[in-house]
Design a protein around this ligand. Structure first.
Ligand code: NAD
Ligand code: GLY
Length: 360
């Protein structure tokens, strides 16, 4: 097991990464305010991992209540969130009860939002079970649900007390989901860690083959990058926005195609290629750099073209982005491989042409 730390002062928390951490109630117990937890999971992850987590906690004298949500991004909404509140109220969970998210980013984001708002805030723990949630969404305290007009538009910043990333749970993850998670790993390389990008170019097939050492390296390095950024800019006043490379285009793809049809990581991959294309048109990336970025995504089995939505639809959906300020779209773009910037000055025509060149 490896442990990293998210340095947020008196709200600092550990990220434990390794096989089998799910069974170790000793990693959770010190963070419980009372001997009571409520677990939020879904109908895919629950049958695989709930009994183990529940057994470990109950053996340690902890009362466990559970709510099992329907699986999928299409359920990341008010109606499903309300199922969590129904369970918390029906079982008389208290403000001191700890909420545990067991699942991927969808469960984690929804459970986190429920924890942020139930009785104005209850303690929260993340047990992420997808590559994407282990490298990104379980760390940093962004919680949210979707709105039909925009992705993750309703939410809160609310940090977990501890993150347990059990790498052995990835054994059951479908290949398509593993690849989607890689999009966020590539992202860290592109925005701030060129050595990670080089490492991925050398070793991506080992990650795809789920070699434990390669997976562990990718997860640890990603979490280290995320923890540094979050510690420096918890509520996204500046640097944290760079973690959204490809996301403004990607969220438009997810919303425009209907939630769940394009996986988040797939949409981010295609969106990253649009951002790279725009960066090239601004004279920042060379054609050779764009080709390198594309080649790595192709090797990861990720899409490098977005769906053929009209450009006007992309632009309309992108206007709902959370980085829009005073009506102006701000995009994360690349100065080079390993250096991202937040840029508000790209002309709509240029943005549209970059989308056009990268969808179809
Ligand atoms: P997901 O939660 O939908 O999980 C993907 C699929 O894998 C689901 O069907 C899930 O049930 C299944 N699954 C989960 N763990 C499994 C396992 N171990 N074995 C077999 N199947 C398993 O998707 P995701 O990619 O984990 O997360 C995407 C979500 O995360 C999006 O909603 C996105 O907006 C959000 N996100 C949030 C942040 C953040 O900072 N909060 C960052 C990135 C993404
Ligand atoms: N996934 C983007 C962020 O956490 O800021």
């Amino acid at each position: 097991m490896r442990t990293l730390n998210v340095a947020l002062g008196d709200r600092a928390y550990p990220i434990h990464i390794g096989p089998g951490v799910l069974d170790d109630a000793g990693l959770i117990r010190p963070f419980l305010r009372t001997a009571r937890v409520a677990i939020v999971t879904n109908d895919v992850v629950g049958p695989l991992y709930l009994a183990r987590l529940q057994r470990a906690l109950e053996a340690d004298g902890v009362r466990v209540d559970v709510v099992t949500l329907p699986d999928g991004e299409s359920h990341k909404n008010w109606q499903t969130l309300n199922l969590v509140f129904d369970m918390l109220l029906a079982t008389r969970c208290e403000r001191s009860t700890t909420l545990i998210a067991l699942g991927g980013g969808v469960v984690g984001d929804m459970a986190g939002f429920a924890a942020a708002t139930y009785q104005r805030g209850m303690p929260f723990i993340q047990v992420p079970t997808t590559l994407l949630s282990q490298v990104d969404s379980s760390v940093g305290g962004k919680t949210a649900i979707n709105h039909p007009l925009g992705k993750n538009m309703i939410g809160a910043f609310y940090q977990p007390r501890v993150v347990l990333a059990d790498t052995a749970t990835l054994d059951t993850l479908p290949d398509r989901e593993l690849k989607a998670g890689l999009a966020e790993v590539i992202k860290y390389g592109l925005i701030r860690d060129p050595a990670l990008f080089d490492w991925l170019e050398a070793h991506i097939e080992r990650v795809l083959a789920r070699e434990p050492e390669a997976l562990a390296f990718a997860i640890e390095r990603s979490c280290a990058n995320k923890a540094e950024v979050v510690a420096a800019d918890e509520t996204e006043q500046g640097e944290r926005a760079l973690l959204n490379l490809g996301h403004t285009f990607g969220h438009a793809i997810e919303t425009g195609m209907g939630y769940g049809n394009w996986l988040h990581g797939e949409a981010v991959a295609a969106g990253t290629m649009m951002a790279a294309e725009l960066s090239r048109r601004l004279g920042w990336l060379t054609a050779a750099e764009v080709a390198r970025i594309e080649a790595l995504h192709v090797r990861a089995g990720l899409p490098v073209l977005g769906p053929p939505l009209p450009v006007a639809t992309y632009l309309e959906l992108m206007a709902n982005d959370k980085k829009v300020e005073e009506g102006r779209l701000r995009l994360v773009l690349l100065r080079s491989i390993g250096k991202a910037v937040l840029h508000a000055g790209a002309a709509p025509d240029l943005i549209g042409a970059s989308i056009e060149a990268r969808c179809g």
